[in-house]
Design a protein around this ligand. Structure first.
Ligand SMILES: NCc1[nH]cc(CCC(=O)O)c1CC(=O)O
Length: 311
C-alpha cells in the first residue's frame, strides 16, 4: 500500500472529544480491514478547534458550524494530516478551496434520543418541565410540540450533558442516538424520537472524511470504505441546507432516504419559538439527489418569505 512519497503512516486528523475519537477509530478500523493494514500504518492526530475552546456560549452566537472544522482543515491544507474525520452534521456546506468530502461511512441511526429520569417520552414530561439543548433545531421542535416546556441552552460534550442531567440541572435532554451508540452509551436512552415527528439535522449520524481534492493516493485508499448510498442521501441533504443556511440562526431539519434507487427527501424550517413551520417532501431518482435537495430548499425559502430568516 505504501509508496516512497507517503510518510510512514497515514495521518488521520480529528478533534479530541470522546465522540470524535470514536469516529476516527471507526474510520481507521475500516481502513485496516479493507486494506489488510495494521494499526501501525496509521497515526491519529488530535487537533483542538475553536468549537472545543468556546464552551460558554451557544455555537450559533459565535459563528456556527465552521468552528469545529477550521483548524482541522488548515492542517489538511498544510499537509500535516492526510485525511480528516468529521460528523457530517458539523460540516459547513461550503468547504475551503482545494478540499473535498471524499468518503462517507455507512450511516448510523439518524434519530434523536430523549433522555430523562422524569418521563418516558418528551410528550409525557410534566407541565413547565425544563429541557436542556443547545441545538436551535431541537429547541424549536420541542417548543412546537410542547410550547409549555422551558428550553435552556446547554452546551458541552455528550458526557458533560449527561452529568448535568444526572445532577438535576434539567429534567431532560435530547442527543443524537448515533453519537450515544458510538460512545457505548445507548443504554442511557429513555426513548427515541421518530423522524416523522422529529426530523433530524442534515447529516445526522453520518461520518464523513475530508481530504485534499488533489490527493489521489488518499482518495484511492478511501474508495474501499466509501458508502455510496449514504453519499447519495447526504448530497440531497447538503444541497437543501446550502440553499437555506445563509443564516445559521434558522432551525432546519432535513432527511433523505434511499430505497430501490429512489430518494425521498423531507425538509423543514421553523421559527426559533416553534410558532411557524414550513415542511416539504419530495422524491426522485438517486442520480438527481442534489437537485431534489436544492429544489426543496428553494421551495421552503420561497414559502418562508424574506422575513423568515431575519430574526
Ligand atoms: N453538534 C455536535 C454533534 N455532532 C454530531 C453529533 C452526534 C453524532 C452524529 O450526528 O453523527 C453531535 C452530538 C449530538 O448532536 O448529540
Amino acid at each position: 500500500m505504501q509508496t516512497k512519497n507517503r510518510p510512514k503512516s497515514i495521518r488521520i486528523g480529528t478533534r479530541g472529544s470522546a465522540l470524535a475519537l470514536a469516529q476516527a477509530h471507526e474510520t481507521r478500523d475500516r481502513l485496516m480491514k479493507a486494506h489488510g493494514l495494521g494499526s501501525d500504518a496509521f497515526e491519529i492526530v488530535v487537533i483542538k478547534t475553536s468549537g472545543d475552546r468556546i464552551q460558554d456560549r451557544p455555537l450559533s452566537e459565535v459563528g456556527g458550524k465552521g468552528l469545529f472544522t477550521k483548524e482541522i482543515e488548515q492542517a489538511l491544507i498544510d499537509g500535516d494530516i492526510d485525511l480528516a474525520v468529521h460528523s457530517s452534521k458539523d460540516m459547513p456546506t461550503v468547504l475551503p478551496e482545494g478540499l473535498g468530502l471524499t468518503a462517507f461511512l455507512p450511516r448510523e441511526d439518524v434519530r434523536d434520543a430523549f433522555i430523562s429520569p422524569k418521563a418516558k417520552r418528551l410528550q409525557d414530561l410534566p407541565q413547565g418541565a425544563v429541557v436542556g439543548s443547545s441545538s436551535l433545531r431541537r429547541q424549536a421542535m420541542i417548543k412546537r410540540l410542547r410550547p409549555d416546556i422551558e428550553v435552556v441552552t446547554y452546551r458541552g460534550n455528550v458526557q458533560t450533558r449527561l452529568a448535568k442531567l444526572a445532577a438535576g440541572e434539567v429534567d431532560a435532554t435530547l442527543l443524537a442516538f448515533a453519537g450515544l451508540k458510538r460512545l457505548g452509551l445507548a443504554g442511557e436512552v429513555t426513548s427515541l424520537l421518530e423522524t416523522e415527528d422529529f426530523l433530524p439535522a442534515v447529516g445526522q449520524g453520518a461520518i464523513c472524511i475530508e481530504t485534499r481534492a488533489d490527493d489521489g493516493e488518499t482518495i484511492a485508499l478511501l474508495q474501499a470504505i466509501h458508502h455510496t448510498e449514504t453519499a447519495t442521501c447526504l448530497a440531497a441533504e447538503r444541497a437543501f441546507l446550502a440553499e437555506l443556511d445563509g443564516s445559521c440562526r434558522t432551525p432546519i431539519g432535513g432527511l433523505a432516504r434511499l430505497e430501490a434507487g429512489e430518494v425521498t427527501f423531507r425538509g423543514l424550517i421553523l421559527k426559533p419559538d416553534g410558532s411557524e413551520v414550513h415542511e416539504i417532501e419530495s422524491r426522485g431518482a438517486a442520480g438527481e439527489a442534489a437537485g431534489i435537495g436544492a429544489r426543496a430548499g428553494q421551495a421552503l425559502k420561497a414559502r418562508g418569505g424574506p422575513d423568515f430568516f431575519s430574526h
